[in-house]
Design a protein around this ligand. Structure first.
Ligand code: ADP
Ligand code: GLC
Length: 481
């Protein structure tokens, strides 16, 4: 039995701010249980739903010297759908209303979490062969494994994998601060290790010291070797290219299933969407106060509202787009300027645009199910899960050809009757608008073609089946099987 530990800062259903939580929560369930014992460790945040906190079972606690004093490390545990989840408890660090906030505090918090997670393993009695780390919050784990945890027999042979879900966030602060918090010696703060210009960089540490580095799509794995997408680490990504690959994400096909989804009003599937799917649109139009018209093309957006998601392109052409016969439903939270931008257009075109500036799991399912098309014109997109959810619900994605969007959405080819969505190449607002308008023409003038595209979209398999096998192969290879 190969043992793997996921170390992550968020995980569905306990806590989620973005796609990382979906991956950490759904991938572990998809490994071959005869061969792999995959467990997950994350912080026990005060802001988790009470329901989850009530289910946790206390395992043990100890004190760990960290940042100048002995700090409490509690270990809690829950089992869910056959997976064991451990939680690191410390009210000083994890009592915020959100998992992330102030950067310096987050850096201290997640270095604490990383160190506590490794230190907890002998106490739990779980000795992973591979420690699988996710994003900057756990970047110091591979470094610790080669440093202060190297000595004893327990940790000596542990391998580590660093998976990059988003290279934009790296956990950067001045060297002195990071050195003091982490307890790492000066040795680590040179340009070939954690030093990044004049600063310390946690994700860089993870990428340098992990035994293998992965990211969440093939295209993104290549893109980050270039200056445009490399976020200052493209040189390092090129240097590590022999130990770097892209494994595209999947989604939980049980949770996101239009045939059984309890969060939508009218379930449907591949053989009856032509009649049933539109009922969801009708219900949503009514709920949101949009013009009630079955035939209106409804475009959806479910997204964190940050510049990563290409919202500047949308802002640029909103007035033009709203002259067309479309409806736009936006569900998202994030930067105020984008929240206000959508609020403004929802006010200006109130029967066409709905701005839902909040977070709601249920509303996201309704949007995936109700819309005809889904817009995701990202500036960069390591993988993207929303377009996979859209495909699953027969809602055709309109995407920019970058990262995982490029790898998962096949552009419509009207001559060969192929494709599952629409895409454009350059980060250009009118290129995007032209593509949206092309989609409108197919929707309004060639409905049969549109529906055949939905057939193809819903027939695609973006469950974890294929990708979990690729992680298994990587684990086996790392362990020398
Ligand atoms: P990212 O991780 O960059 O935010 P992904 O597409 O990988 O992008 O994952 C986003 C996830 O967050 C999806 O599951 C999406 O449905 C969800 N999501 C984003 N914003 C909201 C929101 N306002 N309400 C509900 N779910 C949301
Ligand atoms: C990040 C990326 C997103 C990816 C997700 C899960 O948040 O922005 O593209 O799908 O991680 O890997």
């Amino acid at each position: 039995m190969k043992k793997v530990l996921f170390v992550t800062s968020e995980c569905v259903p306990f806590i989620k701010t973005g796609g990382l939580a979906d991956v950490a929560g759904s991938l572990p369930k998809c490994f071959n249980k005869q061969e792999y014992d995959v467990r997950v460790i994350l912080p026990k945040y005060m802001c988790m739903a009470q329901k989850w906190k009530d289910q946790m079972e206390y395992i043990s606690h100890f004190y760990m010297y960290f940042c100048g004093s002995e700090k409490y490390v509690g270990i809690m545990k829950t089992e869910l759908e056959g997976i064991t989840f451990y939680f690191i408890d410390n009210e000083y660090y994890f009592s915020g209303f959100k998992p992330y906030g102030d950067m310096l505090w987050d850096i201290e918090k997640f270095i604490f979490f990383s160190r506590a997670a490794l230190s907890a393993l002998p106490v739990i009695g779980f000795k992973p062969d591979i420690v699988h780390c996710h994003d900057w919050q756990t970047g110091i784990v591979p470094v610790y494994l080669k440093d202060s945890f190297r000595g004893g027999e327990f940790y000596r042979d542990m391998k580590s994998i660093m998976t990059i879900h988003n290279l934009r966030f790296q956990g950067v602060w001045d060297i002195k601060t990071i050195r003091n918090i982490s307890g790492l010696s000066d040795y680590y703060f040179t340009a070939d290790k954690l030093k990044d210009f004049e600063n310390g960089n946690l994700l860089k540490g993870g990428i340098v010291y992990a035994d293998y580095v992965t990211t969440v799509s093939d295209t993104y794995a290549n893109e980050i070797k270039t200056p445009f997408y490399g976020e200052g680490l493209d040189g390092l990504m090129r240097a590590r290219s022999n130990s770097l690959c892209g494994i595209v994400n999947g989604i939980d096909y049980e949770e996101y299933n239009p045939a059984t989804d309890a969060m939508i009003e009218y379930p449907y599937q591949a053989d009856n969407f032509r009649k049933e799917k539109v009922k969801n649109k009708r219900a949503l139009q009514k709920e949101l106060g949009l013009e009630q018209d079955d035939k209106k093309m409804m475009i959806g957006i479910v997204s964190r509202l940050t510049d990563q998601k290409g919202l500047d392109l949308i802002a640029c052409i909103m007035d033009e787009l709203c002259q067309d016969g479309i409806q736009l439903v936006v569900l998202g939270t994030g930067e105020e300027k984008y929240e206000n931008m959508f609020r403004h257009f929802a006010w200006k075109y109130n029967n066409k645009v709905a701005a839902l500036i909040y977070y709601s799991e249920q509303m996201s399912h309704k949007v995936y199910a109700s819309c005809d098309a889904f817009l995701m014109p990202s500036l960069f997109e390591p993988c993207g899960l929303s377009q996979l959810m859209s495909l699953r619900y027969g809602t055709l994605p309109i995407v920019r050809e970058t990262g995982g969007l490029k790898d998962t959405v096949e552009p419509y080819n009207e001559y060969e009757s192929k494709g599952t969505g629409f895409s454009f190449c350059n980060y250009n607002a009118h290129e995007m608008l032209n593509t949206i308008r092309y989609a409108e023409r197919i929707y309004y003038d060639k409905k049969r073609e549109w529906n055949k595209m939905i057939d193809r979209a819903m027939a695609k398999d973006y469950s974890w089946n294929t990708s979990a096998r690729r992680y298994e192969e990587l684990y086996s290879w790392l362990l020398g099987y």
